[in-house]
Design a protein around this ligand. Structure first.
Ligand code: ZN
Length: 167
């Protein structure tokens, strides 16, 4: 299960001339708030700078493929080194499921969606670059086996412990 192909590699920032309007989908915004609250509770609060930079959290019909897997989410960083901090911004896009709630073979249930959004926010709000090896099965791994979605509390504990160790 791929939740990756996301997170612009260090030094490879997309350059664009126009900053998009702020746009948060109503059904994704609560997950952003939950991530911020969980991060604060784990004593690795989101830096206001990155929160300001996150201008879009939206559904998207197609995010492409990574190998055989459908990409479920993407964090993109734009104008990272722009002289004007107001021109630096980030977006999170989440693959929109079909009418039955599926993206390909994957049922995007509430827990799966939360895991995907948290993964992208790890990139966009905690500035985590790249991915952990797949075998680690953590939120910042590029792929997670389905059963790992069922132990979200443990995933979350590992996630914030990892981020704290890097800050
Ligand atoms: Zn990723």
């Amino acid at each position: 299960m791929s939740i990756g192909a996301c997170g612009t590699p260090a030094g490879k920032s997309n350059g664009v001339g126009v900053k998009p309007e702020r746009q948060y989908e109503a059904d994704l915004l609560p997950l952003v708030a939950a991530y911020e609250a969980d991060a604060a509770a784990a004593q690795i609060p989101v830096a206001p700078e990155f929160r300001r930079q996150l201008v879009q959290v939206i559904w998207q019909d197609d995010l492409g493929q990574q190998g055989d897997e459908t990409v479920l989410g993407r964090c993109e960083r734009f104008n990272e080194n722009h002289a004007d901090p107001e021109m630096r911004f980030r977006t999170v896009k989440i693959r929109k499921p079909d009418a039955e709630g599926y993206v390909g073979r994957i049922k995007l249930d509430a827990l799966t969606l939360k895991t995907v959004v948290y993964h992208e926010l790890g990139h966009c709000l905690h500035d985590f670059r790249g991915h952990l090896p797949e075998a680690t099965h953590q939120i910042m791994s590029a792929a997670l086996p389905k059963e790992r979605f069922q132990s979200f509390h443990e995933l979350l504990h590992q996630h914030f412990t990892l981020l704290r160790s890097r800050s």
